[in-house]
Write a protein that binds this ligand. Structure first.
Ligand code: ZN
Length: 294
């Protein structure tokens, strides 16, 4: 059945063909009893549908390609063990830089196109498809200050945790992680919230995290996880996967003795290939997702 997958692509634009599709689908959904934004329970998402008078539709629809990449990215970071039932990835809206796209609260491995909601940079849900992630402020506050960032991943990846709680810095151990060459900051939430549950649940903490990230591609979060950014979805996914690989390799190498890391010059020289070759691994990761979901 193709109609549910169509919903989130076509709904936002209130003019022209898109709005016609929106209307047809909405009528179908109402008649079928599913509800326009109804979640198929077998997909595993929170099926709560909230209809609110505050619900808004963005004036411009995101491209199909962007939504498809965002859904695929959710699946990839799940199969690559960057996220499990927790964690999330967003993408800046390609029709309005003051908006971003992210799934409603859902395990990343189960996200479909119809789960993709639209948020303003204060992290208010526009379409109100369902309960949002409590840590969505990470995304909105970073997009506000990092105009170069078009995708953000927040994760609790196990291999990264030791480097956020120890005095050992995460350093680039091979050419795949040249992007780590400028240093990896660690966000200490105690400096901003005292004793807390460590979650970034409000704009103030999101802003503090964005400041800690500064102009870097990755910030570790002490006792919590990490946040990774990229100029595209594919770059953010690439960085999250290879940062985790680097963490594992670094711990293994340290067991053997003194480790030689990339020199700053080597890291700088490796950046170009890091930043321009993300389509190749994306292709095989996408293939793996398709293979697993058949
Ligand atoms: Zn978290």
């Amino acid at each position: 059945m193709g109609i549910p997958a169509l919903q989130s692509f076509e709904a936002p634009n209130r003019s022209g063909r898109n709005f016609a599709v929106y209307t047809i689908v909405a009528l179908w959904a109402t008649k079928s009893g599913l509800g326009y934004d109804g979640c198929i329970s077998a997909q595993g998402c929170d099926a709560t549908v909230r209809q609110s008078p505050r619900r808004r539709h963005p004036s411009v629809a995101p491209s199909r390609e962007l939504v498809a990449d965002l859904v695929m990215a959710n699946r990839i970071i799940f199969i690559k063990n960057i996220v499990d039932g927790y964690g999330h990835i967003s993408a800046r809206h390609n029709g309005d830089p003051n908006l971003y796209l992210m799934s409603r609260l859902c395990a990343p491995g189960l996200v479909t196109a119809k789960d993709i909601d639209t948020y303003d940079l204060d992290s208010n849900s526009l379409r109100q498809l369902g309960r949002p992630y409590s840590e969505r402020f990470i995304h909105g506050e970073i997009y506000k200050v990092r105009k170069d960032v078009n995708s953000i991943i927040h994760c609790h990846t196990p291999h990264l945790i030791p480097f956020g709680v120890s005095e050992t810095p995460l350093l680039p151990i091979y050419q795949m992680t040249s992007f780590l060459g400028g240093g990896v900051p660690v966000f200490e939430i105690r400096e901003h919230a005292g004793m807390s549950d460590l979650l970034v649940r409000d704009p103030k903490l999101g802003k503090a995290l964005a400041a800690s990230l500064s102009d870097r591609p990755l910030v570790l979060m002490r006792g919590h996880g990490a946040t990774v950014v990229g100029s595209s979805i594919r770059e953010a996914v690439y960085r999250s996967i290879y940062a985790a690989e680097n963490a594992w390799l670094q711990m293994e190498a340290m067991r053997l003795g003194k480790v030689t890391y990339l020199a700053p010059e080597e890291a700088q020289l490796g950046l170009h290939i890091n930043n321009t070759s993300t389509d190749r691994p994306w292709a095989i990761w996408s293939h793996e997702v398709h293979t697993r979901t058949k």
